[in-house]
Design a protein around this ligand. Structure first.
Ligand code: ADP
Ligand code: ZN
Ligand code: ZN
Length: 741
């Protein structure tokens, strides 16, 4: 074969390379796949150095920058039909480009593990038979002597495809086998349609009669084209019911729904509500699945046999056979942003995907992010508001408890104590919120003031009483609780401050007649533990729940009527400009667990800062007012989402390399931006936690009012800094639209 006729394939390999690699098609494959573009999206094994690595064909260009006879041939073609549909592949390319991340790593880090390992996609559709290209070009005469085979060929030619069951009803297995041997027929799997045959049977339980606010919101959402809607409904306003009815409409027109939720394991109730409602297949995709389960769920989505795909962050990359709708529940939740490796935002990609597939995207929250509110203000999204709780429930009453004037025992003020007692006496449930797990945040020597610090991080060790350990919550370093002070040998080592474990212990003593259930990462780690807790709570007997922000996530506990926040102050003075947004969201979400049933709810916020403007506005006017003020501040201080930012992060094992690297990075950026002066650079600064797990961490922040300018400059910058020499185990990464410092 002449060189100029060589078929070139451009491949994203499973390596952190920021470019695509060109290979040639070996002759035997080139003959079989003359139209190479049908192979875009297929996996290949390709040589890289001395090894064969997995890759995905991204393009079949006519020309390569590499001389044709120097192109290496690919080793093996793994798939004969694309693993990923064209639309999804282009979403990956877009995301890798936008987040400045190697395409191959973006692709392979989000695929089910089994598919990273050369396994085929399990075939889930209904098996059918059709003619191969050879079979189509056959003259029937050649089968003159096998009338049965000829008849089957004629049938397939007339019908296009026949279900395997039909073929075997009409013909013997031997006939089919002969045609297979001759290469005249091939098996394909055809997805079963998501459209239930009998529409009436699709919904298993009666739908609720929507109130007028819910109905207005539902009617405003058009299923026929891309548009983004922000469903901004107070806690308990029945957003989930709106999703469910919207999804039903979408399934009726034969389309699949992708529903993203923050953490499935923490919210088994949501999953249950979806499964209970529909008679169609609902699959879930989350980190708790085995490789096999994950692959099966993925394939069910890809083949179209799953109608509803419920998943966490990475589910945004699930292939869909007939996409119709994307819902992102609790869109403000930080878990949608991946904080390492491929640092993408699943919420933002959901919107991009919706636009590419031309389907609507619904972002829902009681506490929308500044980004989404700003997009409503710019009229990019449609703002749908639901201001009242659904059913008989009403919004809870908030009060602030000024800790300065109170008798406080184990972090609980006397008036809070009285309110807990009163709630329990009425047979209702109490939620005590404290965002710190463990027994106490630190241990201090009363003689010399020594406190236990992590040797590997800039942080204190948390006391865990039940485990008898001091644990670092940043690097998981653990040691036994010492009996005397390592500094002065005194025995007066006192756990100081409160964590969930201590609060539970105290409440158990004081309210020994009820169950005190602790809900934090330590008590819910085991599989099914969260579900057991929820079953316990749903029994609706009077009890006290003590927990971290896990309890703030979308739960519906009808008999909780009192929520007590033990310490609102830690979030008030965060150095992160997002601190107040996060605190307002957290408090509103926790408060939203109160009074969701028939009895009205109450929220108590304990603070030493009762006059703090954030707490005042929040308790008096609610999240919307706080959010409006915060967005104004972002505008006047030129902070995201008004401006766009990229962080260059660097960390090293010695204390100087990372900072030095970012100084050089800054100089490069200044040179690149010299003519335009469109960028604002801040740093290098130490990261919020400078030393973590023995690594020193620094950041350089780059911002601009125009996204395109920022994008171009950062692309040039990365080319420069890839060439910089590094030392001290330096690692660097790019974080586009960062969510934390
Ligand atoms: P959100 O997701 O906004 O927090 P949910 O969808 O969980 O709210 O609804 C809160 C409660 O109100 C649920 O128990 C739900 O079944 C109930 N609910 C929702 N819509 C209605 C309605 N139209 N009529 C009666 N009850 C409703
Ligand atoms: Zn001491
Ligand atoms: Zn540590």
């Amino acid at each position: 074969m002449l060189d100029r006729t060589k078929i070139i394939v451009r491949v994203a390999v499973n390596r952190p390379l920021r470019r695509l690699l060109d290979y040639s098609m070996p002759e035997n494959l080139a003959n079989r796949h003359s139209n190479c573009s049908t192979l875009i999206g297929c996996r290949v094994l390709a040589p890289l150095g001395k090894r064969q690595v997995m890759g995905i064909i991204i393009d079949c260009p006519e020309h390569s920058n590499i001389n044709n006879d120097q192109l290496r041939p690919i080793g093996e073609l793994i798939d004969h039909k694309p693993l990923l549909p064209q639309q999804l592949l282009s979403l990956f390319l877009w995301a890798a480009n936008y987040y400045q991340h190697p395409v191959g790593d973006a692709l392979f880090s989000t695929l089910p593990t089994a598919l990273r390992k050369n396994e085929p996609i399990p075939q889930l559709g209904v098996p059918h038979w059709q003619l191969t290209t050879l079979g189509k070009g056959l003259s029937y005469d050649s089968l003159r002597r096998s009338p049965q085979q000829k008849a089957l060929i004629e049938n397939l030619s007339a019908e296009g495809q026949l279900a395997e069951t039909t073929v075997l009803r009409l013909f013997s297995r031997a006939v089919l086998r002969s045609l297979i041997m001759k290469g005249l027929v091939e098996k394909i799997f055809i997805a079963v349609t998501v459209k239930p045959k009998d529409n009436e049977n699709m919904v298993r339980e009666p739908v609720l009669q929507l109130n007028s606010a819910q109905k207005t919101a539902l009617d405003a959402i058009s299923l026929h084209a891309f548009h983004c809607y922000l469903l901004d409904g107070v806690t308990g306003s029945g957003k989930t019911e709106i999703y469910l009815q919207l999804i039903a409409k979408n399934i009726r027109i034969g389309r699949q729904c992708l529903v993203l939720i923050p953490e499935i394991n923490l919210t088994p109730q949501t999953q249950r509500r979806f499964i209970k409602r529909f008679n169609v297949s609902v699959v879930t995709l989350h980190s708790g699945l085995t490789d096999r389960q994950r692959l099966t769920a993925w394939a069910a989505a890809e083949s179209g046999s799953a109608a509803i795909i419920l998943g966490t962050r990475s589910a945004v990359f699930t292939p869909l056979h007939r996409p119709g709708l994307i819902v992102v529940d609790e869109e403000h939740d930080q878990s949608y942003k991946q904080q390492e490796g491929f640092r993408y935002s699943a919420r933002d990609l959901a919107v991009i995907r919706g636009r590419r597939e031309n389907i609507p995207v619904v972002l829902g929250s009681a506490t929308p992010s500044m980004e989404s509110l700003n997009n409503c203000r710019n009229q990019r999204y449609t703002h749908l508001r639901v201001d009242q709780r659904a059913g008989n429930a009403v919004q809870p009453n908030w009060s602030i408890i000024d800790l300065k004037g109170e008798f406080v025992e184990s972090g609980i003020a006397q008036s809070t104590h009285a309110a807990i007692e009163h709630t329990l006496s009425r047979g209702q449930q109490v939620l005590v919120f404290i965002n710190r797990r463990g027994y106490a945040p630190t241990i201090i020597c009363q003689q010399c003031g020594w406190s236990a610090e992590c040797n590997h991080c800039d942080s204190r060790l948390t006391v865990h009483r039940a485990k008898q350990k001091l644990i670092c919550h940043h690097c998981d370093y653990q040691r036994r609780i010492p009996t005397n002070c390592p500094n002065c040998q005194s025995h007066q080592l006192i756990p100081t401050g409160e964590g969930t474990e201590r609060t539970q212990e105290y409440l158990k003593q004081k309210f020994s007649h009820v169950k005190v259930i602790r809900v934090d990462r330590d008590t819910t780690q085991k599989k099914g533990a969260m579900e057991a807790v929820i079953n316990d709570i749903e029994r609706a007997e009077p009890c006290i729940l003590v927990g971290t922000q896990m309890l703030a996530k979308g739960h519906h506990f009808a008999n909780v009527t009192l929520v007590a926040v033990l310490d609102a102050d830690t979030g008030l003075f965060s150095p992160d400009f997002r601190g107040h947004e996060r605190l307002a969201q957290l408090l509103t979400q926790v408060a939203g667990r109160s009074g969701r049933g028939d009895n009205s709810g109450q929220v108590l916020i304990q603070t030493y800062q009762p006059q703090h403007p954030l707490l005042e506005t929040l308790t008096r006017d609610g999240y919307r007012s706080v959010a409006a003020q915060l967005l104004e501040q972002r505008q006047s201080n030129q902070l995201p989402p008004i401006v766009h930012t990229v962080l260059i992060r660097a960390e090293s094992t010695n204390s100087v390399s990372a900072e030095k690297f970012l100084h050089q990075t800054r100089q490069s950026m200044e040179r690149i931006d010299a003519s335009q002066a469109a960028l604002t650079l801040i740093g290098p600064l130490p990261a919020m936690l400078e030393k973590r797990a023995n690594r020193y961490r620094f950041i350089l922040q780059i911002s601009a009012t125009q996204r395109s300018v920022l994008k171009q400059s950062v692309t040039l910058l990365i080319r420069e800094i890839e060439k910089l020499k590094s030392s001290g185990g330096l690692r660097w990464s790019v974080d586009v639209d960062p969510q934390e410092m």
